[in-house]
Design a protein around this ligand. Structure first.
Ligand code: AMP
Ligand code: ZN
Length: 113
């Protein structure tokens, strides 16, 4: 999608600190980190949110999850980490391109669930 900031990041049109990239997935540091390590994993194709994961694109969405462990290991998250995907306004999704937040590097404290 031409006006989507994360599509532009995945295409290299907007700079980011890339941690991982392959044919279908891109991972980069969050610009406003909420933990010592905070990165985002996104599909390169535009999927607006978890609501838009379907039979055609589920493999790409699953691949986002598949790469997280390896990136977390490289980032030194030996104590664990949290994965969050905000979907829609009640969850506070601000960028309408599916993304998985990965947070760690310290005890993360209070949990919502
Ligand atoms: P969400 O609120 O779940 O939609 O998360 C969007 C995330 O994208 C926020 O944590 C932002 O800090 C992050 N973000 C927005 N623009 C950029 C950017 N240009 N580079 C890296 N992270 C970004
Ligand atoms: Zn997009």
């Amino acid at each position: 999608m031409s006006d989507c900031i994360f599509c532009k990041i995945a295409a290299g049109e907007i700079p980011s600190t890339c941690l991982y990239e392959d044919d279908t997935v891109f991972a980069f540091r969050d610009i406003n980190p909420q933990a010592p390590v905070h990165f985002l994993v996104i599909p390169k194709e535009h999927i607006a949110s978890m609501n838009d994961v379907n039979a055609e694109n589920a493999a790409v969405a699953a691949h986002c999850l598949e790469v997280i462990g390896g990136i977390a290991e490289k980032e030194g998250l030996t104590g664990g980490y949290r994965v969050i995907s905000n979907c829609g306004p009640d969850a506070g999704q601000t960028v309408p391109h599916l993304h998985f937040h990965v947070l760690g590097g310290k005890p993360l404290g209070e949990k919502i669930i």
